[in-house]
Design a protein around this ligand. Structure first.
Ligand code: MG
Length: 160
């Protein structure tokens, strides 16, 4: 039996005025930000859900309920650190992470490396094991009309 486990994560947040836009732990100057209980970092949420899925930990809603005031406005990188700690406790190492942001705007190309560095450093893995991509959806649907952003992530983890 292989010690490898795969996980997938998907998340969506609405865009709203008067909110900071935080993606992959990077604050990006933009006219709107993502709405949510935490900092609403949709990319990190997808990564966390993928890690939880791979490790059999359920999902982030189970670990960090959005009814808990402790998580109001919290940096999702802190939540990611907690997920990483739980994986380590269960004997898992992260093999690699591949995440895709779906957003019409702004252009996030200049920030992708910083996002990869944030995710890798919080999880204590080499940066080359973390890949962040972004795409538009060609003006279609809720990402296309700018009412929200979505993110997918797949991860591979390995039991020590
Ligand atoms: Mg979320």
């Amino acid at each position: 039996m292989t010690a490898l486990r795969i996980g997938h994560g998907y998340d969506v947040h609405r865009l709203a005025e008067g909110r900071r836009l935080v993606l992959g732990g990077v604050e990006i100057p933009w006219e709107k930000g993502l709405l949510g209980h935490s900092d609403a970092d949709v990319l990190v949420h997808a990564v966390m859900d993928a890690l939880c899925g791979a490790a059999g930990l359920g999902d982030i809603g189970r670990l960090f309920p959005d009814t808990d005031p402790a998580y109001k406005g919290i940096s999702s990188l802190l939540l990611l650190a907690e997920v990483g700690r739980r994986l380590t406790e269960l004997g898992f190492d992260v093999v690699n992470i591949d995440a895709t942001l779906l957003a019409q705007a702004p252009k996030v190309g200049p920030y992708k490396q910083a996002m990869e560095e944030n995710i890798a450093s919080v999880l204590g893995v080499d940066r080359e094991r973390v890949n962040v991509k972004a795409t538009t959806e060609e003006g279609l649907g809720f990402t296309g009309d700018g009412s929200g952003m979505a993110a997918h992530a797949v991860v591979l983890i390995e039991k020590r």
